[in-house]
Write a protein that binds this ligand. Structure first.
Ligand code: NAD
Ligand code: UFG
Length: 334
């Protein structure tokens, strides 16, 4: 198939592109490079032996989106593009609503104009809000988002549901990711955020590498087995595979559906630190500091819908995730 990936040079987009290229799909990456580099295209060529097309453009530029869809005769879009830092979204709500929501509206208009009817959207388990019970299933109502980033995901899901209702030919799958970590086993692509990382794994990786002094563990008084926060970490290669498996589904099922992509079990912050120590052979100093505002104690998802509808289930465990994240990290300049 001919597939366009908005945000395709980013962390999750690039790993998905690698699998799509390997599966002989034609891949167009559409990205404004606000949080990624064009060099990813060379890396993808090294990994797969095939070179994706890169279109440098903004999803808010409807004309440029239309051109890309038309010129490459795109059959399906996977929509990764967006700003994703929770803390930054509190400080810059307008930027987040404009980039994520207005950007999605422009994309939908461009798809309508060009007759592209299949869309996979990068949603997040954040749409569930504070869990009332675990595991989280797609039948559960979505919750109250606690920050503008989370609200963009919720609003976009609802906008997509409305559009699918209005256009019976539209086919939309919202993939609700749990916590993606890890890297491509080649070590050539991975997650290397600008500045001090917000998320646990890139932070832990930098401490193991000696680029940061110690991990701050946000609270050890949660109602969890060891008191630290529990999350459903998922290897980015498993997540990427979930998109590949969602393609035949999205192209043949009109309407809107949400599907969890997670492993279905949780690990605590201390378990992650220990797994990373094992993978890297490094000691990882940490200190317990107060809880981070807005954090929930625990969340993990029920991935059985993905298995039933897409034939997908996660294959990698936390040791695999840490091993591949470490390989990528240790290949970076110190
Ligand atoms: P990322 O920042 O690495 O990738 C996003 C890409 O989108 C970047 O390459 C960026 O340059 C591009 N982009 C941003 N705004 C754009 C615009 N207006 N026009 C064109 N390109 C634009 O992030 P990621 O981790 O790969 O996340 C991909 C998607 O998955 C995002 O929508 C994110 O919200 C969602 N998601 C991520 C996580 C996570 O923990 N990484 C969890 C749940 C959901
Ligand atoms: N944590 C630390 N120290 C750190 C960073 C994180 O102890 O330096 C802890 C957090 O308190 C939490 C766990 O590690 O218990 C995971 O935190 P992350 O920041 O890695 O991930 P979150 O679950 O907070 O956030 C993720 C995504 C968001 C999304 C959110 C809700 O990054 O995009 O899930 O679904 F909004």
């Amino acid at each position: 198939m001919r597939i366009l990936l908005t945000g395709g040079t980013g962390f999750i987009g690039s790993h998905t592109a690698a699998l799509l290229l390997e599966a002989e799909h034609d891949v167009v990456l559409y990205d404004n490079l606000s949080n990624s580099r064009a060099e990813v295209v060379d890396r993808l060529e090294r990994i797969t032996g095939r070179r994706p097309v890169l279109v440098v453009g903004d999803i808010r530029d409807e004309e440029a989106m239309r051109c890309a869809l038309n010129e490459h005769r795109i059959e399906a879009v996977i929509h990764f593009a967006g700003l994703k830092a929770v803390g930054e979204s509190v400080e810059k709500p307008l930027e987040y609503y404009d980039n994520n929501i207005v950007g999605t509206l422009r994309l939908l208009e461009a798809m309508r104009a060009e007759g592209v009817k299949s869309l996979i959207f990068s949603s997040s388990s954040t749409v569930y809000g504070t869990p009332k019970s675990l595991p989280l299933t797609e039948e559960m109502p979505t919750g109250e988002a606690t920050n503008p980033y989370g609200r963009t995901k919720l609003h976009i899901e609802q906008i997509l549901a409305d559009c699918a209702k209005a256009d019976p030919e539209l086919r939309v799958v919202c993939l609700r990711y749990f916590n993606p970590i890890g890297a491509h086993p080649s070590g050539l692509i991975g997650e290397d955020p600008n500045g001090i990382p917000n998320n646990l794994l890139p932070y832990v990786a930098r401490v193991a590498h000696g680029r940061l002094p110690k991990v701050r563990v946000f609270g050890n008084d949660y109602p969890t087995p060891d008191g630290t926060g529990v999350r459903d970490y998922i290897h980015v290669m498993d997540l990427a595979e979930g998109h590949v498996k969602a393609l035949p589904y999205v192209t043949s099922h009109p309407g809107w559906i949400a599907i969890n992509l997670g492993c279905g079990r949780g690990y605590s912050v201390l378990e992650v630190i220990r797994a990373f120590e094992k993978a890297s052979g490094q000691t990882i100093p940490f200190e317990i500091v107060p809880r981070r505002e807005g954090d929930i104690a625990a969340n993990w998802g029920d991935p059985s819908r993905a298995e039933k509808l897409l034939g997908w289930r996660a294959r990698y465990d936390i040791d695999d995730m840490c091993r591949d994240a470490w390989r990528f990290e240790s290949m970076l300049e110190g």
